[in-house]
Design a protein around this ligand. Structure first.
Ligand SMILES: Cc1cc2nc3c(=O)[nH]c(=O)nc-3n(C[C@H](O)[C@H](O)[C@H](O)COP(=O)(O)OP(=O)(O)OC[C@H]3O[C@@H](n4cnc5c(N)ncnc54)[C@H](O)[C@@H]3O)c2cc1C
Length: 421
């Protein structure tokens, strides 16, 4: 026990199972993700970041490990992780490669939203039976063939923030839909086998409505689907989030990842679904802290064994980082643990607060790590500068950007539904 206090174990779980009450089966899955991240993701991260190339081999290896099916129900052959287990496992991946963890989230949501989350929502018995049969088709593609799903919903307008109906439209046609529209910042574009497109079903003469949002798996090789533009951003470079165009792309009925009306129901009744962008950044926050401890102790591989920990200013900076990290962990753990359908107002406000805190603090910790460790620590031969750039992207993620979280907390704390001045 005393020995634990004398060493910093950067390979320890972010959330110690015994301290956070994480049961064995859940802890084992999370540990599997952590081992995989350290062994497979970390060595490949720098090159893909530099070249802005998609780490397809990471996803091939995740298929081999069963991780592509982490949230596919056990009865369908997956690992059966629920919401919290997934979040904790994804955070462990985020410590080692932010881009892979973020892209992985897009893929996993296609199974989590159609799986455990949909099971919590209302559907007629007929809709549920059809849904369970359809999702099996998607699950088999993932488990048998290693199919990768992405999740493009951003369009560059107000739709991704949840304000208006998606401009990308699905027109009903014989046997399926014709999809037309454009998605920006679509992680995994060119790498995914299926694009899990959020779009508005719109019949002839119908006005667009958010209630008619459809979640469709469009095959990447479908005629009329194209990837355009380049991707040369500040951070999260290996997500390769280019623009997708859809021109009269036919998809059959069984492309539906959720039945009609269920995405809208999820967005209103299961709001924590949008918190799934945060685990990557929880991992990056931990990585920035771990880096700082190892570096100041003179234990960072690739650097001389020079200790810098004896300066009081470093100790204060590390203490402040530790406090920030613990605050972030505590709030986030509570929010992901209480995610459920029909959360209370207090729980929803806490989810916004958790998203805001993780996204802002990940980058604040990375910035402080650079200041505290010093100039040699930000060389591109080390991971810290990538952590800094990747973590900067978190608060930009719609629909819960940092600004939107603050906006909603302020409004919803001061106004009850229906109240005006
Ligand atoms: C690395 C990375 C990967 C991504 N991957 C994906 C992906 O796979 N799929 C996907 O769909 N999207 C993805 N995104 C896109 C992301 O969710 C945003 O859509 C993207 O950052 C573009 O935002 P924008 O500039 O168009 O935002 P805008 O809509 O122009 O908004 C600009 C800012 O204004 C504020 N704002 C916007 N609307 C409101 C409002 N109603 N109330 C208050 N404030 C508001 C927000 O803070 C926002 O940051 C990714 C983004 C990044 C950075």
């Amino acid at each position: 026990m005393h020995g634990d206090l004398e060493t910093h174990d950067a390979s320890a779980p972010i959330f110690a199972p015994e301290a956070f009450g994480i049961a064995d089966a859940e802890a084992e899955l999370i540990a599997q993700a952590r081992r995989f991240g350290a062994r497979v993701l970390a060595p490949r991260a720098a090159q893909h970041d530099r070249d802005a190339t998609f780490p397809l081999e990471n996803f091939r290896d995740m298929h081999g490990e069963g991780l592509l099916g982490i949230c596919i129900p056990k009865e369908d052959g997956g690992l059966g992780a629920g919401y919290r287990t997934y979040c904790l496992a994804a955070a462990e991946l985020g410590r080692f490669c932010g881009s892979t963890a973020l892209s992985f989230n897009m893929h996993v949501c296609s199974t989590l939203w159609s799986g455990a989350l949909s099971d919590d929502l209302d559907m007629s018995a007929a809709d549920r039976a059809a849904h369970v049969a359809r999702r099996r088709l998607h699950y088999r593609r993932i488990l048998d063939d290693g199919a990768i799903y992405s999740q493009p919903f951003s369009e560059g307008g107000a739709a991704a923030a949840g304000g208006v109906a998606f401009g990308t439209e699905a027109r009903p046609t014989a046997g399926g839909f014709l999809v037309n529209g454009k998605k920006i910042f679509a992680s995994l574009s060119g790498a995914a086998d299926y694009y899990g497109v959020l779009c508005t079903e719109r019949g002839e003469g119908e006005a667009p409505s958010r209630r008619n949002t459809l979640y469709l798996a469009v095959p990447a090789n479908a005629p009329g689907a194209a990837v355009v533009g380049d991707w040369d951003p500040l951070g999260m470079r290996a997500t390769v989030s280019r623009t997708l165009l859809f021109k009269d792309v036919f998809v059959p009925e069984d492309a539906m990842l959720m039945p009609r009306g269920v995405y809208f129901q999820a967005a209103t009744r299961w709001p924590h679904m949008f918190l799934t962008l945060s685990p990557t950044y929880m991992g990056l926050a931990q990585a920035a802290y771990d880096f700082t401890i190892r570096y100041l102790r003179g234990e960072m591989p690739g650097t001389p064994p020079l200790k810098r920990r004896m300066f009081p200013t470093k100790q204060i900076a590390v203490a402040e980082m530790h406090v920030t990290l613990e605050q972030t962990k505590a709030l986030w753990f509570q929010a992901i643990s209480e995610a459920r359908p029909n959360p209370s107002k207090e729980q929803v406000l806490r989810a916004y607060a958790a998203q805001f805190t993780v996204m802002e603090n990940a980058n604040a910790l990375a910035a402080k790590a650079i200041r505290t460790c010093g100039g040699q620590a930000m060389l591109k031969s080390l991971a810290l500068e990538r952590i800094f750039r990747d973590s900067r992207c978190g608060s930009l993620m719609l629909p819960w950007t940092a600004e939107i979280c603050l906006d909603r907390i302020g409004r919803e704390a001061l106004y009850e539904p229906g109240e005006t001045d």
